[in-house]
Design a protein around this ligand. Structure first.
Ligand code: NAD
Length: 495
């Protein structure tokens, strides 16, 4: 019998290093049975009307709203985020719940089709759930990023097996508890706990669709495993997000906006700005404004509601941030501010600005996922666009300019999933705006109508209204049939 490499998870509190109670891993041998139970529960769940499933979602959202303080406390303690960010995650989930209750009926409604050469038939296009959807989630927004695909899958009539990150298993347990409290039928949502080996076992256990959110490296492994089984897949992967500051920008606003976008959740956000391309004419002034904005940032733990830069969730992530900054400095980069881990029982890193970073530094290529930004001067907007598009990543970007028309024109050239003008990231956070990257940042969408459509397959039904002995395209072929079709082609499309 195969077993998980770990029998228990031992996460520690990023704010103070204290150990939480261990969480039992799901044994690898148990996972096929978990998927099997989800499969048995699914037809009953699908058989409910959309209105009935919506009512379950409503009860779930009420449970979340009632438990918001407890959930936020768990997020702060286990992931290390600020209370504001924690309530932001909860708000996003509640907004999505409400949105899907409102629009799912319309989005998933069957429709008629009227193909030109098939008017003697009725054609009906219907949406059906995949069956069992696997959701593998990361640790940085563990509540929201688990629940976005889970809610879409459930309202569409799928059952779900959720594997939260091994670094935030308590949030996974909280989610399962909330579904139980909301009275969801048994096994419609199943939780499996553990590290990547549990994720691999889930992919191999016969699920019908997978939504994976995580790093590019693991995303590639997951895509290989899924590819072998031709398993439908949505991939939300890493980013190395860019802010482009043009010479006419309001530099005070740009500096404040970038200080937020580079450091939200201590930079542990897929949409966090890691690179700033600034037009040479205002490069010094921009750096000065950024330095001033950074001077006001406060590092602090989750118990301090006024702290801006919160904890780094895992020891490995803290070590990675430190290593990338040291490598850049060794390569010749100039440290404008920060650059060090904060001495503390918890895990914190100073908000850091680097500039004049040589191309040889790893920080140009690797996602940092910490409160570190690289500011680089460029000759003009065209160079900023070319550099952004040369990146293997393609998640988000922002353009800082007073000229909205120029901003929109540049946005059209960027190969990313989301572009904001004079803001970064946050405008994309609404329930009805589908989220997803391009290139190495993944494919497919979560949230919005498109996120819902990712959870269903479209089926075509047709029936003929006439009981003729044969259809024109059936055998035997006659010479005149081809001639007739040729004439129709010329008549319909050749004029
Ligand atoms: P990760 O890739 O290390 O892990 C993500 C999940 O995959 C975890 O649950 C993990 O246990 C599981 N896993 C690990 N190895 C696996 C394997 N071989 N097979 C199956 N599952 C496996 O990522 P992370 O460190 O948890 O999260 C941070 C990353 O996620 C960053 O790169 C970040 O940019 C990205 N992210 C992307 C988005 C987005 O929407 N594009 C959102 C949040 C985070």
């Amino acid at each position: 019998m195969t077993t998980s490499a770990e029998t228990h998870l031992h996460p520690t509190n990023p704010n103070n290093g204290e150990a939480f109670s261990p969480v039992r891993c799901t044994a690898l041998a148990e996972i096929p049975a978990c998927v099997q139970r989800a499969r048995q529960a699914q037809p009953h769940w699908q058989a409910l009307s959309l209105r009935q499933r919506s009512r379950f979602l409503h009860r779930f959202s009420q449970e979340v709203a009632r438990s918001a303080e407890r959930i936020a406390e768990c997020l702060c303690q286990t992931q290390g985020k600020s209370p504001f960010d924690a309530y932001g995650e909860i708000f996003t989930v509640l907004e999505l719940c409400q949105y899907y209750q409102r629009v799912a009926g319309r989005v998933l409604k069957a429709r008629w089709a009227f193909p030109l050469s098939g008017l003697h038939r009725s054609h009906r296009l219907v949406y059906e759930p995949y069956g069992v959807v696997g959701v593998i989630a990361p640790w940085n927004y563990p509540f929201n990023l688990s629940l976005q695909p889970v809610l879409a899958a459930l309202i569409a009539g799928n059952s779900v097996v959720l594997k939260p990150s091994e670094h935030t298993p308590h949030i996974g347990a909280e989610i399962a508890h909330l579904f139980a409290q909301a009275g969801f039928p048994r096994d419609v949502l199943t939780l499996v706990q553990g590290d990547g080996s549990v994720g691999q076992a889930l992919i191999a256990a016969g699920i019908d669709k997978l939504v994976f959110t995580g790093s590019v490296a693991v995303g590639r492994q997951v895509a290989r495993l899924a590819g072998e089984q031709l398993l439908p897949l949505t991939l939300e992967l890493g980013g190395k997000d860019v802010a482009i500051v043009l010479a006419d920008a309001d530099l005070q606003r740009a500096a404040q906006g970038i200080a937020w976008a580079a450091n939200v959740n201590a930079g542990q956000a897929c949409l966090a700005v890691e690179q700033v391309y600034v037009e040479a004419a205002v490069a010094d002034a921009c750096l000065h404004a950024l330095r001033q904005a950074y001077a006001n940032l406060r590092v602090g733990d989750s118990t301090d509601p006024t702290a801006d830069i919160t904890a780094i969730t895992t020891p490995a992530q803290l070590a990675k941030i430190q290593a990338l900054v040291e490598d850049a400095v060794l390569c010749g980069a100039r440290l404008v501010c920060g650059g060090q881990a904060v001495r503390s029982a918890g895990r914190f890193f100073q908000p850091t600005i680097l500039t004049d970073v040589p191309e040889s530094a790893r920080i140009w290529r690797e996602e940092i996922f910490g409160p570190v930004v690289v500011v680089q001067r460029v000759a003009d907007a065209a160079e900023a666009v070319a550099r952004t598009n040369a990146s293997p990543f393609g998640l988000t970007a922002s353009i800082w300019t007073r000229n909205r028309a120029q901003g929109r024109a540049l946005a059209a050239q960027l190969q990313v999933g989301d572009v904001a003008i004079i803001e970064h990231g946050a405008p994309a956070g609404h329930a009805e705006i589908a989220w997803g990257g391009r290139k190495a940042s993944g494919f497919g969408k979560t949230r919005g109508k498109e996120g819902l459509l990712e959870m269903v397959v479209q089926k075509h039904l047709s029936w003929d209204w006439f009981d003729r002995p044969r259809e024109a395209h059936w055998f035997p072929n006659a010479k005149r049939d081809a001639k007739f079709l040729l004439r129709v082609i010329g008549w319909l499309f050749g004029r």
